[in-house]
Design a protein around this ligand. Structure first.
Ligand code: 4AD
Length: 461
């Protein structure tokens, strides 16, 4: 008999009432009460199925009930509706085959483990409810992003991982080399002409610089892939390897860009809430009791649009409560962002028009000569979720900024060409995908929304 997946059974269990079904999966728990036992079988879906094992019916009853948690089984039996129980149905087993035993040291036993312990077993932790929920939501959110942009005619482009330019002009890049570093160290000199590409290259910190020229071929594009930052930031929101989703839109100013960001964030939240109802309910119960209210509130509310200068005025009024100083020109710290999003507005805030000195060279200079048309989206609980801007489309202004910052014009020649060949008002942003997953799940640490987190001083697998 062909096996039926648990997710199908939960959708259509009434259709299978009193019929024979075959299921495969792993034991989450096995409870034996002498003549009857209960096997909680999970096949990867969020919900498990209860299988009832009767000693009289199964000739291998003893072999089955002595199995450890984590063992895999094939079960054939009758689906019985259980309208008065927590689960709408159970399986009354006619036969059970042990497919694969599990050692007694299987790490996910009944007791609740700390997330810190679970981080030490990255390959096993997705077999438990918490990480099963988180990583399914991660998958559904990625799909929702693709769906959103494809429905709106964006072209998905794949920008390179290895790059010879530094998008943010900020350093903090992982170098890529095939040179023998020990030999180089002994010789005391390095010549990148001998390296694989004949020049110094790194892992990308953002796809934007490669993407922007391609957007000028399609009108609107997005790239979605891994990015790398060698920042020495050991926080709950920074990873050395993370995924970024970067849309870029021609003939689009800062206001229209914010419209797209707001629509996209709401779309993804709605989609995840619809598709991952059980997972969200679980997270709301065990991880963050305010999750459903918060997500519902975001979908229903209008995001705030606040000028940086105005935000500084607001922060100055309560400056004594902050550890970090507040003054015009500083980059906001997470305590400042939290105050604005969590206390003042209690919803997402677009912070716009930052001082040019704390932002990247490609952002459009405002008429005041001091600020740029940048926008960060700050959200309660996570802080900065998205960073973006209207791009500097005026050739002479872009060149002036490149020179002012001591960047090499020739390193950006094909980027600059877009301003020579049909320049236009255009804008784009980068969404930190892990931060979105944190926001969607209520999980507080970036290490718990990545399968194999890479953070400063820590890597496994
Ligand atoms: O604000 P950032 O640095 O923007 C850029 O890289 C632009 N080139 C994007 C663009 O306009 N196409 O980074 C974008 C987002 C941040 O808002 C944050 O959510 C996330 O990427 N991010 C990180 N996430 C996890 N770990 C880190 N170390 C991150 N650094 C940035």
């Amino acid at each position: 008999m062909k096996r039926i997946e648990t997710r199908t059974l939960y959708k259509e269990y009434k259709k299978f009432a009193d019929q024979k079904v075959t299921l495969c999966g792993w034991a989450r728990t096995i409870r034996d009460s002498k003549n009857i036992a209960f096997l909680e079988l999970n096949d990867g879906a969020f919900k498990s199925v209860q299988v009832v094992l009767e000693k009289d019916k199964l000739n291998n009853y003893e072999e089955v009930v002595k199995q450890n948690v984590g063992a895999s089984f094939k079960v054939e039996g009758k689906l019985v509706l259980t309208p008065n129980a927590q689960q709408p149905f159970e399986i009354n087993a006619d036969s059970v085959e042990v497919l694969g035993e599990s050692s007694a040291d299987y790490p996910l036993q009944k007791k609740r483990h700390t997330v810190e312990f679970l981080r030490t077993i990255p390959t096993i932790r997705p077999r438990g409810n918490l990480f099963n929920a988180v990583f399914r939501i991660r998958s559904v959110a990625a799909y929702a992003i693709h769906k959103f942009f494809n429905e709106r005619g964006f072209v998905y482009v794949h920008t390179p991982i290895i790059t010879s330019s530094d998008c943010e002009g900020a350093g903090d890049m992982f170098q890529v080399t095939t040179l023998d570093v020990e030999k180089v160290a002994k010789e005391g000199k390095v010549d990148f002409k001998d390296d694989f590409f004949g020049k110094k290259v790194s892992l990308t910190v953002s796809g934007q610089i490669n993407e922007e020229p391609i957007t000028h071929a399609f009108g609107k594009t997005y790239t979605f892939g891994p990015t790398f930052r060698a920042e020495n930031s050991n926080t709950t929101r920074h990873a050395a390897e993370f995924w970024m989703m970067e849309p870029e839109i021609c003939f689009c100013d800062l206001d229209e860009l914010m419209d797209n960001e707001e629509e996209m964030v709401k779309y993804v939240i709605r989609y995840v809430m619809d598709e991952c109802h059980d997972e969200i309910e679980f997270l709301n119960k065990f991880v963050d009791t305010g999750l459903v209210d918060r997500l519902t509130n975001v979908v229903e509310s209008e995001f705030v649009r606040l000028d940086y200068t105005k935000a500084i005025e607001m922060l100055l009024k309560v400056k004594d409560r902050f550890v970090f100083p507040v003054e015009w020109g500083v980059d906001l710290q997470s305590e400042h962002e939290r105050y604005l999003t969590e206390e003042v507005y209690k919803k997402p805030v677009f912070l716009t028009n930052y001082p040019k000195d704390i932002k990247a060279f490609y952002m459009r200079l405002n008429d005041d000569g001091k600020t740029v048309a940048a926008v960060d989206l700050l959200v309660p609980g996570v802080g900065e979720l998205i960073g973006g801007s209207q791009r500097e489309e005026r050739l002479e202004k872009l060149l002036a900024r490149i020179h002012e910052l001591g960047l090499k014009e020739e390193d950006y020649s094909w980027y600059i060409d877009t301003r020579r060949y049909g320049t236009n008002v255009h804008s784009g942003y980068g969404l930190g995908f892990e931060r979105l997953v944190m926001y969607l799940t209520g999980v507080q640490n970036i290490r718990d929304v990545q399968l194999f987190p890479r953070t400063v001083g820590s890597i496994q697998g």
